[in-house]
Design a binder for this molecule. Structure first.
Ligand code: BGC
Length: 760
């Protein structure tokens, strides 16, 4: 009897342990721990603390006494950054460090292809190895919260599921090819204005369901070895000393075994930073140099903590083979195999938003094509500080079109508008009123001249290809855009062009949303071709000419106007000059009828350093759908040169338990005349939930290539476990077992098939 009871208790204990350990992913990095014990036992405290801060701008120390190499880091997410001087931001001036410029984050996400993200990671790793690097400072995987965000183009998407799948692809591709990733910026770096001082105030449910999933997926599904702590604070704590983010969530809950480095200059303390999980202070040693050594000596920091932080670094060091110094930079970084991958991604990222039949472009009777716009000739590889790439080459839209069209048309070009220039001087020095006045007069004169030339060229042409959008001076790290209007007077220019030529194809090379209210009705076709890397111009020309069908899908919603977007609508952003939160500055008043009402005191200025996320999980399409706000183009949208028919939706069951996987299948048929890829999307809508949810949420997707008349049975899966919510009162993941509508479609607003199932 007693033995049976003991046995039963033991079984329960094992079950309990396995059910908790089952959740924590087991990193491959743990295999080195025995070897690391030996290394650490021979190290002095000085040697240990030497590893916990920068040695140079992009290098941290190994253990020279034991022949363990330094760790070499390289920006950035979409191209291996040029070699810099060891101790400043100036370039070293090498010739061999010209890298491939890959499409930027939102372009990559617009492919909706984790397989392409994998190839992308592979390519980045190969170029990093040629340069002798151990860790890529990327992918950049924060959620795109505000359309104006300076780094929206670096980040992937407004949706956590799409971002997660792409982050996993990139991470696996890079790490399986010998280079560690450093997923950044952990966490909630969703704005660039005040990024070094802002405190993100967010509920835990939204944080865990919307903002953390890409990081969690990269750790749990792809075993990411590196994490970069963001500049901002989250709920009162700097990210680089945030116990909840780094110790509790990242390491304990997700099983992260690697190293966390600070963003450059993002460390703020010694004791808190080291205790709460930071491994390396970059790019200096203000807090984790002598101050740390002194703190150890004074007993404020135990040597056990130091050992643990050193161990986490050594795990990564031992997992990544260092490239011997004399083998780095021997050949040019950008190589054909990687350039091919850059083309592959670019060609599948371009989103066709509108086409009234003008595309693909027919060149039958040698038309005159006026290519208008500075963005047709502007290179987009550099700019954006850490995300700039010194590239071997970059095919601009004009070059791509000229090359692919050859003598089949006559191409004329006019600049049309003056691109915005980035200038450190302008950013940090206020201009005098006279200087402002002079610059604006000059600008007006130039605009008049450029408009005249563009209109003249357009009037002579059969077709106008207007190439507009932002550039890397406008979309940049360090500052957000003030609005989403097309810059440099582009709306005005296109209106003038349309008076002489109505045959306009518009291409926007932007990494983030623009206001399309003027340009869209004036264009017969409208495409977004992103900051699309070294091969961007070739990919664009191939799509315009129909050599390939467009197949990119929007990774974010394009709103009618900026003010419709959630953080703006709720006055949560921008902070500082408006009441930032619906709950901020509430005052009680008596209205005309003598009733007591609560309203916001608009005279109060909000704190510029507090970012309230009171929209909670209602981000992007989750917001627009739930609040019934119409949008210009929905999340997931993109046209192509063929048509697809969806039919015959089936599920493997009608009722699902919490450990089941919902298997959805349906037929997809290419009913048009061209081969193309369709991106099928599976959303869910909860019919009778017990907690509140957004109207719909993306839970699976797939990119399906189909030839004309070809059809395929598509199969998509949703593990019921992935539908859990974060229960703030129990501080754990919970099921919300209810009836669910499965929505299969071609975008968040184009649902073709539906079926109801039950979770129980
Ligand atoms: C950026 C990081 C980048 C680092 C090094 C910082 O300003 O936020 O993304 O990796 O600089 O260049």
């Amino acid at each position: 009897m007693r033995i049976t009871r003991i046995f039963a208790l033991a079984v329960i204990a094992v079950l309990l342990i396995s059910s908790t350990t089952e959740k924590v992913h087991r990193s491959a990095l743990l295999q080195y721990d025995k070897q690391i014990d030996g290394i650490i036992s021979k190290m002095t405290v000085q040697e240990k603390t030497d590893m916990l801060h920068a040695k140079h701008m992009f290098v941290s120390a190994g253990v020279p006494g034991q022949g363990i190499a330094d760790i070499k880091y390289a920006d950035g997410p979409f191209g291996i950054r040029e070699e810099m001087q060891p101790d400043n931001w100036n370039p070293l001036g090498l010739q061999n460090d010209k890298a491939t410029f890959f499409p930027t984050g939102s372009a990559l996400a617009a492919t909706w292809s984790p397989e392409l993200a994998y190839s992308y990671g592979t390519a980045m790793a190969r170029e990093a190895r040629l340069r002798g690097k151990d860790m890529i400072l990327g992918p950049a995987i924060n959620i795109q919260r505000i359309p104006t965000g300076g780094r929206t183009y670096e980040y992937l998407s407004e949706d956590p599921f799409l971002s997660s799948k792409m982050a996993v692809g990139y991470t696996k591709g890079a790490q399986e090819n010998g280079v560690a990733v450093c997923i950044k910026h952990f966490a909630l770096n969703n704005q660039e204005n005040n990024r070094g001082s802002v405190n993100v105030i967010i509920g835990e449910r939204a944080m865990r369901e919307i903002y953390l999933p890409p990081f969690r997926a990269a750790v749990e599904e792809a075993d990411a070895y590196g994490v970069m702590a963001a500049y901002n604070k989250v709920n009162g704590w700097w990210c680089a000393e945030n116990d909840i983010l780094m110790n509790k969530i990242l390491r304990k809950e997700w099983g992260f075994a690697g190293m966390v480095i600070s963003d450059w200059g993002g460390t703020h303390s010694t004791v808190n930073a080291i205790k709460n999980g930071l491994n390396v202070e970059m790019p200096d040693k203000r807090y984790l140099g002598k101050a740390l050594l002194d703190s150890v000596k004074a007993g404020f920091v135990s040597e056990d903590i130091i050992n643990q932080r050193v161990r986490e670094i050594l795990r990564v060091r031992l997992a990544i083979n260092p490239v011997p110094e004399n083998e780095a930079n021997k050949e040019v970084t950008s190589q054909p195999a990687q350039q091919k991958i850059a083309y592959g991604v670019a060609s599948k990222s371009i989103v066709l938003l509108k086409n009234d039949g003008v595309l693909p472009l027919k060149l039958g009777n040698k038309p005159v094509i006026a290519v208008i716009g500075a963005n047709a000739t502007q290179k987009m590889a550099s700019g954006g500080l850490g995300a700039g790439v010194k590239t071997l080459y970059e095919i601009t839209p004009l070059e791509g079109l000229k090359d692919r069209i050859g003598d089949k048309a006559q191409i004329i070009y006019a600049q049309g508008y003056e691109p915005v220039q980035f200038s450190f001087a302008d950013r940090f020095r206020k201009k005098t009123p006279e200087e402002i006045e002079k610059a604006s007069r000059q600008k007006e004169l130039t605009a008049q001249k450029l408009t005249k030339e563009a209109v003249e060229a357009s009037s002579k042409a059969d077709i106008v290809i207007f190439v507009g959008g932002d550039n890397r001076a406008i979309e940049t790290e360090g500052s957000d855009r003030e609005n989403i209007f097309l810059p440099s007077g582009q709306d005005k220019l296109i209106a003038s062009i349309s008076e002489v030529n109505r045959n306009i194809i518009t291409v926007l090379t932007s990494g983030a949303p623009n206001d399309l209210n003027v340009v869209e009705p004036l264009s017969k076709a409208l495409l977004i071709s992103w900051f699309n890397g070294s091969e961007g111009g070739n990919a664009l020309a191939d799509v315009i000419l129909g050599i390939i069908s467009p197949s990119g899908r929007l990774p974010f919603t394009l709103p009618f106007k900026l003010e419709d977007s959630p953080a703006y609508a709720l006055h949560n952003y921008p902070q500082g000059d408006k009441n930032s939160d619906v709950f901020a500055n509430l005052v009680s008043k008596t209205d005309a009828a003598g009733k007591s009402v609560t309203e916001q005191d608009k005279s109060q200025k909000s704190d510029p350093n507090s970012a309230y996320y009171s929209e909670e999980s209602l981000l992007g399409y989750r917001w627009y759908d739930t609040k019934n706000i119409s949008v210009k183009y929905p999340f997931g949208f993109g046209l192509t040169y063929t048509t697809f028919d969806y039919s015959n939706l089936k599920t493997n069951k009608e009722k699902y338990g919490k450990n089941d996987v919902i298997i959805v299948s349906f037929s997809l048929n290419n009913t048009g005349k061209m081969s193309a890829d369709e991106v099928v999307q599976l959303y869910i809508h909860r019919i009778n939930p017990s907690v509140s949810w957004p109207e719909k949420e993306l839970k699976a997707f797939s990119r399906i290539p189909l030839n004309p008349t070809e059809s395929k049975t598509v199969r998509l899966e949703i593990p019921v476990k992935s539908l859990m919510f974060w229960n703030e009162s129990t501080q754990s993941w919970d099921n919300d077992l209810c009836r669910v509508e499965l929505l299969v479609g071609a975008s968040a607003a184009d649902i073709r098939l539906k079926k109801e199932i039950t979770l129980r």
